[in-house]
Design a protein around this ligand. Structure first.
Ligand code: UN1
Length: 501
């Protein structure tokens, strides 16, 4: 049991069996709050392992696509119910492996439960269209068909929720899957697929290859994977898109964000400060949706800044398993260095470091990757700290003088995932809803906290036009087949015999 504090040792899951990597290589997953604690040891996979996983997924495809939709729905629902029963164990494992505080780890698991329950209902819907034909005695309709073997490549920041957004709808739609989870959170991924097995998912429907970009790259390049669903960094996303473009392979990308909260003069200031604190420092800022820009109107700037800094100084940093802790560690040493690098960049750019900006090393913290929650003031929207995704507990206050300026500042990034506005003026709120250039807009709430029953994703460089979750998610994971049934008993020519009797 990996819910307990013993390192897990496992292989790839291919066709229902555990396999070591063909190379025999392994890697460790460690607790970012206590780097000496090993969570588990996993195979370091390469192209040969991916070949085996794709072959297993191909073998499982015929049986799975023939399995009735309602039966597939029952298995997904059973998985969601097992997760519900195992929520505490999964959350504790997640906190140990990824670092987010326990309350948020529970939220991550809950998001997967929600996704499972939501999509399982498609088992008895999965609607197609029935439309009139232009010809007499002819029927016209669509049905959904699976894509085939799909590759799902997921990040470490939502180690159970994001796999659920991809894998639940993928299997619901009758696809089989090769799953390459992030190398920082393999134990969470393992539990996710163990639960699918326990729920009755047939062997080979979901296959897991652990490893780093080498394994991910092999999943993308494999001729046997017909579509790739990826969440991660923009640079990797571009490479994946280029490969998939060459191979004419469907690709859904969920990439970065540089999300802003606009705070106007008429806003409920306490609410806005609380929202900014949660949006910027929840999950130690390691969300695509994190509020890393705070665009604040001149009339409330001084008060907002003072209150935010005061609230930030009260945040407790530490091991997320401790209930008193607000902000856990960041994921690894590389990220810690990168986050600190942005503090240096912000200072060089002339922004005011108001609080934080340090690697936290006091006492026990020295054994993990902790960074003090950081707020910059006096930030221009064009500065690098206001443009580039930091993915850590750093946020930037951008002063503005008008609503127009605020909306322009909010839109002035390459990304378009999530934007928010705090105002009590209905007219301004509706204007912002229209004019903010992002896939998700919040009014009087921060940029984090999307629910699975609406589409998740963004405009501009946040992705390539796809959405996850939401009521139309099956469109992403299935293909329509258009069917014409002519029961006239004679040749009827479309576009030509349209008014024949
Ligand atoms: C992510 O950071 O990639 O909206 C996902 C939110 C969460 C999901 C974030 N429900 O913040």
């Amino acid at each position: 049991m990996i819910g307990q504090r013993q390192p897990v040792q496992t292989g790839n899951l291919i066709g229902g069996e555990r396999h070591e990597a063909a190379s025999g290589r392994t890697f460790e997953s460690r607790n970012p709050a206590h780097r000496s604690e090993v969570i588990g040891e996993f195979p370091q996979s390469s192209a040969a392992d991916v070949d085996a996983a794709v072959a297993a997924a191909q073998r499982a495809l015929a049986g799975w696509r023939a399995t009735p939709w309602p039966r597939r729905g029952e298995i997904v629902l059973a998985a969601a119910q097992i997760m519900e029963r195992s929520k505490e164990e999964l959350a504790a494992l997640m906190t140990r492996e990824m670092g987010k505080v326990l309350t948020e780890a529970r939220g991550d698991v809950q998001e997967a439960i929600d996704m499972g329950k939501f999509i399982a209902g498609e088992g008895r819907r999965a609607f197609g269209e029935t439309v009139p034909s232009e010809l007499r005695n002819k029927w016209a309709m669509t049905m959904r068909q699976p894509l085939g073997v799909v590759g799902c490549i997921t990040p470490w920041n939502f180690p159970i929720a994001i796999p659920s957004w991809k894998i639940f709808p993928a299997v619901m739609a009758g696809n089989t899957v090769v799953f390459k989870p992030a190398e920082d959170t393999p134990a969470c991924a393992l539990r996710f697929v163990e639960i699918l097995e326990e729920a009755g998912l047939p062997s080979g429907v979901v296959n897991v290859v652990f490893g780093d970009h080498e394994a991910g790259d092999a999943v993308v390049r494999h001729r046997g994977t017909v579509a790739i669903f990826f969440t991660g960094g923009a640079e990797t996303g571009r490479l994946i898109a280029a490969t998939c473009g060459q191979m004419l392979k469907k690709v859904s990308l969920e990439l970065g964000g540089k999300n802003g909260i606009v705070v106007l003069d008429d806003a409920d200031l306490e609410l806005a400060v609380e929202g900014a604190l949660w949006g910027a420092f929840g999950t130690a800022g390691q969300r695509c949706t994190a509020s890393s820009r705070l665009i604040v109107s001149a009339g409330v700037l001084a008060q907002f800044t003072e209150d935010l800094v005061a609230r930030t100084s009260a945040l407790r940093i530490g091991d997320g398993l401790d209930d008193a802790v607000d902000v856990g560690p960041v994921i690894n040493e590389m990220q810690l260095a990168r986050i600190h690098g942005y503090t240096e960049i912000g200072a060089q750019e002339g922004a005011d470091l108001l609080i934080g900006g340090e690697v936290a090393r006091a006492g026990d913290l020295a054994d993990g990757f902790f960074y003090t929650p950081t707020v910059f003031g006096g930030v221009a929207p064009t500065m690098r700290i206001a443009q580039e995704e930091i993915f850590g507990p750093t946020t930037a206050i951008i002063p503005v003088g008008s609503v127009d300026e605020a909306i322009a500042a909010a839109n002035s990034t390459q990304f378009g995932l999530s934007l928010s506005i705090y105002t009590n003026d209905l007219r301004v709120a509706f204007r912002a809803i229209n004019d903010l250039e992002s896939g998700i807009v919040y009014v009087n709430a921060p940029t984090i906290g999307a629910e699975i029953q609406l589409p998740f994703g963004g405009t501009k460089n946040t992705g390539n036009g796809h959405r996850e979750a939401g009521g139309r998610v099956l469109d992403e994971f299935s293909e329509p087949k258009s069917i014409y049934i002519d029961y006239s008993g004679r040749l009827q020519r479309a576009q030509i015999d349209t008014d024949a009797t």
